[in-house]
Design a protein around this ligand. Structure first.
Ligand code: NAD
Ligand code: MG
Length: 394
């Protein structure tokens, strides 16, 4: 039986890895929707190759180019954020959520509302609106399958286990591009310095977030929201080789670890084939050759994002949406060269402080609209904070 699948964020790193797996077993799938941004050449080529029903770009000004690229194919074409959400409502068995940033939330939510299985790479969805997403999945009896490598690892270590017996979840972190830099030099790190990830080949934004560990901060929150583990039982450890992705500790003292090559096709493939395991074209691990797996604690002074994540988990409510939006704005400013690498965490912290003076961050979020409003407000405040930092630098 062919499975109907859609890929949101198809032109990105996760999206392309997903299509790579689909391509290898072409007959098993029918592609419904593919979405992308400004890389219209890629989106059109993929839509043609996979015979998609519809291709959508999130940019209205790219519509004409996409339409021209798919002229004569019979493939429907659409543009804009609303069109992306509409595409998420098309019947599909499995949907990959691989848009980057808070923009990934609404399409995933719409997909769940229609009962589709959601393979979730977009960690921002759980950070900004975890309770909303999990409740919708439960209401529709729809599945969310984690695609972040650490969360896929925890998910796999929990197969057949009683979640009540879990004492600790530890997700590993590579430490990112700057892990061996002296802490006092981090303020001078350039975009190029922060962009060279030692192990993973990923999109630009998540690569910078790895260097600052904002990525790990998001993932701690993601662990809390998805598995319902209390914040004090979730931790991270630096593991430079990126071979061991997570550990689950149980109340009898046993720890289950998940090991795999640093290749996202492993976690994507697990979600695609779940609950089965099929062959995947990823490197096999040879422990004899690897010889050592190193671990060291993550230094809180070097990675202030981690303490912010603890605040978010403990506060709940709107805190995740504010944290994520502020992080995205801070990252935009760093990418634009307006603020320094070590300015990002203070921008986020100051934004959270500023907003907590306006309303109670712990208030529960009950609708998608509330998340959007909070996200917008946080972006405004974060831009103000970033400007202040920029002035200080000048
Ligand atoms: P990427 O930048 O390579 O690709 C992002 C995709 O989203 C592209 O298709 C782009 O066109 C689309 N997009 C960007 N802005 C959009 C918007 N406003 N509206 C609609 N579409 C938009 O990103 P990536 O590295 O593939 O990461 C995607 C998601 O997966 C992120 O949430 C990331 O944190 C998560 N993730 C990625 C990796 C990885 O190895 N790359 C690992 C774990 C989790
Ligand atoms: Mg990850």
């Amino acid at each position: 039986m062919t499975r109907r699948i859609s890929v949101f964020g198809a032109t990105g790193s996760i999206g392309q890895n997903t299509l790579d797996l689909i391509r290898r077993d072409r007959e098993a799938y029918r592609v419904v929707a593919l979405t992308g941004g400004r890389n219209i050449g890629q989106l059109a080529a993929d839509a043609r190759e996979f015979g998609a029903e519809i291709a959508v770009t999130c940019h209205a000004d790219c519509f004409a180019e996409l339409r021209a690229g798919l002229a004569g194919t019979g493939i429907e074409v659409a543009a804009g954020s609303e069109a992306i959400c509409e595409a998420a409502e098309r019947p599909a068995d499995w949907i990959m959520s691989a848009i980057v940033g808070a923009a990934g939330l609404a399409p995933g939510y719409h997909a769940l509302q229609h009962g589709s299985t959601l393979a979730l790479a977009n960690k921002e969805s759980l950070v900004t609106a975890g309770p909303l997403l999990m409740a919708e999945a439960a209401r529709q009896n729809a599945r969310i399958l984690p695609v972040d490598s650490e969360h896929s690892a925890v998910f796999q270590a929990l197969v057949g286990e009683d979640i009540a017996a879990v004492e600790k979840v530890i997700i590993t972190a590579s430490g990112g591009a700057l892990r061996d830099w002296p802490t006092d030099r981090l303020q001078y790190a350039t975009l190029a310095d922060a962009s060279a990830h030692p192990n993973w080949d990923m999109g630009q934004r998540i690569t910078i977030d790895s260097a600052s560990m904002f990525n790990k901060a998001l993932e701690l929150i993601e662990t809390h929201e998805f598995f319902g583990i209390p914040p004090e039982n979730i931790d991270t450890v630096i593991h430079p080789q990126s071979i061991l992705h997570a550990l689950v500790g149980f109340r009898d003292g046993a720890m289950m670890a998940h090991l795999g090559a640093p290749d996202m096709r492993h976690a994507i493939g697990y979600a695609l084939n779940w609950p089965h395991r099929d062959h995947l074209p990823v490197d096999r691990i040879d422990l004899g050759q690897i010889a050592t797996l190193d671990f060291r604690p993550a230094d809180p002074a070097r990675y202030p994002a981690l303490a912010l994540a603890r605040d978010v988990m403990e506060t709940g409510g709107h805190a995740g949406a504010v944290f994520n939006a502020a992080k995205e704005v801070a990252l935009d400013h760093f990418l634009a060269g307006a603020i320094g690498f070590t300015d990002m965490a203070p921008v986020v912290a100051d934004t959270m402080d500023a907003i907590s003076r306006e309303f109670c961050l712990a208030d529960a979020i009950n609708t998608l609209e509330t998340v959007t409003e909070t996200d917008h407000l946080a972006r405004t405040r974060a831009a103000e904070q970033a400007s202040l930092r920029q002035e200080k630098r000048a």
